[in-house]
Design a protein around this ligand. Structure first.
Ligand code: HMG
Ligand code: MG
Length: 298
């Protein structure tokens, strides 16, 4: 049955901007977060505490976190790949941290410079420390349907990572189609195996839109009862270690679809479009959102 309400995490400030070549000033990132919360977003993935040599765009993580005027009821999350990242992140008082692994060995090596097994050992103390400090813990499973280096990924490999994440105490996992190659039935299979280890309230969909499938994949996930999604305002983004992959499905498009289906999000579409327009203007391009462009020219 379809859920009657959906929770959206806007990952635009992090997943969306991490791949931008031109430096985006911290003040612009902070303003984007402010506009997203003004639009009613209750979950915002702000930044990542990764190596600035690997991802220079996220090098201002602490400055961005410090610049946000926090709104009560909004959850601010950050990526933490290891204890070094966690220790730095904690000083910024995130509400939630994200450990990110992959269902593909090759992608794990390229993205976080270690094997899947090693990544779990790096995440273990991070999860323990976060839980001890009352910080929520989410996990991401990259390449859950396909990998830029290994091609198609079997559901069993997604299941293995979901099981390993559950074993170390990760509370919620996102099934990520990193390069946007998934189609509805493939995405459903990746979700089904994840649901063997997590209940429906603790699994989210994270779909990049490279092949234009992300909205279809979202609908297929809704039909399974999945009600948590990561989306990116103005469809910003891409992963530096997944060449050619585009951003996540645009938040505006998902909100337009959900509201049209009578599913609540708590998000004001007009204000959301303003947020997307703000960052797209800064980047000197049109929003990668069909709904935003349609409504902006109406
Ligand atoms: P490493 O080289 O294996 O780590 O990197 P190391 O422990 O060997 O340390 C090497 C150097 O990095 C040292 O510095 C450390 O201090 C430093 P040096 O002595 O050379 O000056 N270092 C760090 N600095 C800052 N923060 C840290 C940190 N850790 C070590 N946390 C590491 C491992 C994971 C850090 C590295 O590979 C990295 O930063 N990778 C970038 C990963 C990334 O941000 N990818 C994009 C986000 S994931 C994504 O987009 C997918 C997702 O959206 C889901 C989907 O769509 O699939 C989530
Ligand atoms: Mg992503």
């Amino acid at each position: 049955a379809l859920p009657n309400r959906v929770k959206i995490i806007d990952v635009g400030p992090r997943d969306g901007l991490q791949n931008e070549k031109q430096p985006v000033p911290a003040a612009i990132k902070v303003e984007l977060v402010h506009r997203l919360q003004a639009a009613g977003l209750k979950d915002i993935e702000v930044t990542s505490f990764v190596s600035p040599k690997w991802v220079p765009q996220m090098g201002d993580n602490a400055e961005v976190m410090a610049g946000i005027q926090r709104q009560s009821g909004v959850r601010y999350s950050v990526l933490t790949p290891n204890m070094k990242g966690f220790e730095a992140a904690v000083l910024s008082k995130p509400d939630e941290i994200v450990v990110f692994g992959a269902a593909s060995e090759a992608f794990s090596q390229k993205n976080i410079n270690c094997s899947i097994a090693e990544s779990i050992e790096r995440f273990r103390p991070v999860v323990q420390a976060a839980v001890a400090q009352g910080i929520a813990v989410r996990g991401a499973i990259s390449c859950a349907v396909g990998c830029p280096y290994e091609g198609e990924i079997a559901p069993e490999r997604v299941e293995l990572v979901a099981r390993l994440m559950a074993d170390i105490g990760v509370q919620h996992v996102g099934v990520a189609d990193t390069i946007g190659v998934g189609t509805p039935s493939k995405v459903q299979r990746a979700l089904e195996v994840t649901l063997k280890h997590y209940d429906i309230d603790h699994v989210s969909g994270h779909y990049h839109d490279t092949y234009g499938m992300a909205l279809a994949n979202t609908l297929a996930s809704l039909e399974m009862g999945i009600w948590n999604y990561d989306t990116s305002v103005a469809g910003l983004g891409g992963c530096p270690y997944a060449k050619g992959a585009t951003g996540n499905v645009a938040t505006e498009d998902v909100v337009y679809m959900l509201h049209g289906m009578g599913i609540e999000t708590g998000i004001d579409l007009d204000k959301l479009i303003d947020a997307g327009k703000f960052i797209s203007d800064f980047l000197e391009r049109k929003p990668h959102s069909r709904a935003a462009n349609a409504l902006l020219t109406k």
